[in-house]
Design a protein around this ligand. Structure first.
Ligand SMILES: [Zn+2]
Ligand SMILES: [Zn+2]
Length: 329
């Protein structure tokens, strides 16, 4: 690598360019670990903006249409993250054709959690190094806030590690979506405005209200419930499997995230399409995948082996990895 490309660019254009083409440059190149792990102001602006947008509900008010839009988009996009980004792109827990695969990537991307390759690459690394120092979002290594949202707001974890997702890199349409990961969220934002504009006057809504409820409130709720799996699901809940990490099973998180709260199950056996291993472990994302399989949209949902079910025992101990103390972040 040349000296010029090894140093971070200091021009305004150089700082803005990676926001639009996320594969253009790695903003952490040339920085010390401490610098790379500082919150990146440029990256945090859209994140803050969507949060502040929620406060505008004071001015736009309530309507049943706004609430239904927020809830509908929450459910669809949570499935996009849990069933598609997580179980398909990260773990290949079932199969699909190329068109459905792209549609699943678009739905996941609409949740405003970066592109499918970025998401899967970081998640695969989390499983490979769960709760070790190099695990970007381990609450026991880096603290609760960092595991919840600090880790992706810094330059160190901005880059899409294509070497971890070579199987996905074969598809140019997925790479394009990942490079311009803001395009689908912007389309959704415009669609929310249009929905409020097209809604009949009797529904009592407006373009701005549809934007605040459908985009801002729904996105923030989807995001933080997803982030809870990296933070709370490694702190709060019970353990059925003696995994080498702090993962927990948590009914409340499973309801909020449509099945992801059975995180200890998942850390123990990652390749299954279902994360609620027992009939009472509610896993809505799996029910969606089961229905999609019946409709012929996806196939080969990988089951949980009987031997894995038999290994479960309540209060299973932790066998945490022995690792160096965490560097100061
Ligand atoms: Zn996983
Ligand atoms: Zn985990």
């Amino acid at each position: 690598m040349s000296e010029s490309s090894a140093r971070p660019t200091t021009s305004l254009l150089g700082k803005i360019a990676p926001i639009f083409d996320t594969h253009a440059a790695d903003p952490a190149v040339g920085l010390s670990a401490e610098e790379a792990n500082r919150i990146d102001v440029m990256r945090i602006l859209p994140f803050i903006g969507i949060h502040l947008g929620c406060l505008a509900v004071i001015w736009v008010g309530f309507s049943w249409f706004g609430l239904a839009l927020a809830l509908g988009l929450y459910v669809v996009r949570m499935v996009g993250i849990t069933a598609f980004y997580h179980r398909y792109f990260s773990h290949r827990a079932f199969k699909s054709g190329r068109v459905v695969q792209f549609a699943m990537a678009v739905v996941g991307n609409s949740a405003v959690q970066r592109g499918p390759l970025w998401w899967a690459a970081h998640h695969r690394h989390h499983h490979r190094h769960s709760d070790e120092v190099v695990d970007a979002h381990s609450p026991i290594q880096h603290g609760f806030f960092w595991s919840h949202c600090g880790w992706f707001l810094c330059r160190a974890n901005f880059k899409t590690h294509l070497d971890r997702v070579k199987d996905l890199q074969k598809f140019p349409e997925l790479v394009l979506l990942d490079r311009f990961d803001w395009a689908v969220p912007v389309l959704l934002l415009i669609s929310c405005l249009a929905a409020g504009w097209l809604a009949p006057a009797s529904w009592g809504t407006s373009p701005l209200q549809a934007l605040i409820w459908g985009f801002c409130i729904s996105t923030v709720a989807t995001a933080h419930c997803t982030f809870f799996i990296n933070s709370l699901a490694h702190v709060w809940g019970h353990r059925d499997y003696a995994t080498t990490d702090t993962s927990r099973n948590n009914f409340i998180l499973a309801i909020l995230t449509m099945g992801e709260g059975w995180h200890n199950n998942h850390h123990h056996y990652q390749s299954s399409a279902r994360q609620g291993f027992r009939w009472w472990q509610v896993d809505v994302s799996y029910y969606v995948l089961w229905t999609m399989a019946r409709l012929g949209l996806v196939s080969d949902l990988r089951p949980v082996p009987e031997a894995v079910l038999n290994e479960a025992r309540r209060g299973a101990p932790m066998r945490l990895p022995v690792s160096e103390p965490a560097p100061a972040l």
